[in-house]
Write a protein that binds this ligand. Sequence first.
Ligand code: FAD
Ligand code: SIN
Length: 554
Amino acid sequence: MENPKTAMNPEVRSGWDTDVLIIGSGAAGLRAALAASEHANVTLITKTTLTESNTHYAQGGIAVAMNLDDTIALHIKDTCVAGAGLCDVVAVEMMVSEGIPRVAELLDWGANFDWEGTLPRFTQEAAHSRRRIVHKGDATGRETTDVLIQRVRNTERIHVLQNAFAIDLITDAALKESSQELITCYGIIAIVEEQIVSIRAKATILATGGLGRVYPCTSNPQIATGDGFAAAWRAGCEMIDMEFVQFHPTTLFLDGAPNFLISEAVRGEGGTLLNIRGERFMEKYHEKGELAPRDIVSRSIQNEMHLTQFPCVYLDITHKTTDFIQERFPTISATTKHYGLDINVDLIPVRPGAHFMMGGIRTNTDTQTNIDGLYACGEVACTGVHGANRLASNSLLECLVYGARAGRNAANFASTQPAGPPDLPILSNVGASATLSTETAEIDIEEIKSAIRETLWENVSIERTGEGLQNTLAVLQGITESLGDMVTCSETKDVSTFETLNMLNVALMITQSALARTESRGAHYRFDFPTRDDLKWQRRILITRDNPPEIVPL
Ligand code: FAD
Ligand code: SIN
């Protein structure tokens, strides 16, 4: 059998393919591309189509301190309270203050958000002390990506490659004598038109979004299999806060309907939660009722489902007029109608689902990772802005602010690079953790995906215990071992196979980090350690491919 590492050496070329390579076409990647293109040639690749991303499905809106009664200080405070003591305040301050010009510029570029008089129509969402969410009905993500995509398409220096799947980062790690030496990134290995190719870049930006699809119940679209987290981890990136997965309280639970989010804005506009007995229950759990922080609403719903032995609760917005619902929630209204539900008169069956990853590739506020020439922004990155729990509608804001910073910084870095890349063997890091192939082995990829999802849902979701986490670790290690002897990934060009491996890698990172944090905080709740312990745990957990989880200061 061919050595998996040399098998990935498809071509020897000299010269760069691009100055700045961006992976991902959500808000972060698109915004980064626009910023980078002011100083460099850019290639932006995306897994499926330019429009397909978590961003595209964003409903509620973008939080921004632009309302007359609002201040930057208040927005920072709300973000840090939701973040449960783990936010990086400098990064938050940057996001909130730079967010104002970023949103203003989006409006300038033609974003047609809802408007009231001379100001955007600000809406309310949970744990915000002010109405500060700008939105376009319940399709803010679509409006945002439409504007950004149009600008990207009109920018000559940006070359877009669709249906291009990034497998791994190209680095010089193999040439380093010691693991302490700085590694440099020189682009990626990807599947393009069913061929494995390398794309060599002076600077690379990972903007690959989230990982909701490692859970069976999620608000995320199919692309969200955690590819960027896994590729970065395999290449030697520091990963941080990976135990903090946010579960959105209200995803649709309807026979025959796909995963679909029911926006928090429905509760922001007065929607109430009822259990199967028709009882309103949130006031029992938190003084802010339905507008309590997300982790609390999700756990309360889970508890009511347990108490009533019923698989969902209900969201009631029937007190609003049909005109209001149609204007404010056209997407939710049309989608539920398609599945036989009229939200003007019917209660909406909902339950929590995996929604957002607070942790990710550790970056500084300049979006630099610990690998030279590699930048990360958006959901795949972790500057620490969200701490242990993200405040609603802060993610799109983060993408705009840190996307622009990533683009600028990567372009600057690219301008300092020599005329050609070093002669590097094209190594796949996939071989370093596990390899798999659908072609020669009897593996049912869908079965492996389901096994990962089921064990995570059972033990690593809204409520966790040490025992459950250990069980999941054993299941994941069992899967890894069973794949260990399989043939090299170079023999497959099947995206689903690589996604499965990525899911396995991120599932391990989440589980190991969750096991290490022996307290409850924000989105991480341990039955066996139910209280928050600031003395011991106002710290972060860092994880790398070659080392066990390490506790590091804020
Ligand atoms: P994404 O938008 O997910 O984009 C990632 C891109 O990377 C995609 O184009 C994907 O195809 C590409 N990609 C992934 N892997 C690969 C690969 N291997 N090779 C090539 N390309 C790859 N946040 C808010 O602030 N406000 C909201 O109202 C809101 N509503 C939401 C509603 C829903 C249903 C969901 C799922 C999320 C919502 N969020 C919201 C969260 C927010 O939308 C996301 O966190 C944010 O859009 C992430 O943006 P991103 O650019 O980092 O990643
Ligand atoms: C929602 O509309 O409820 C999602 C908002 C968010 O995730 O910030």
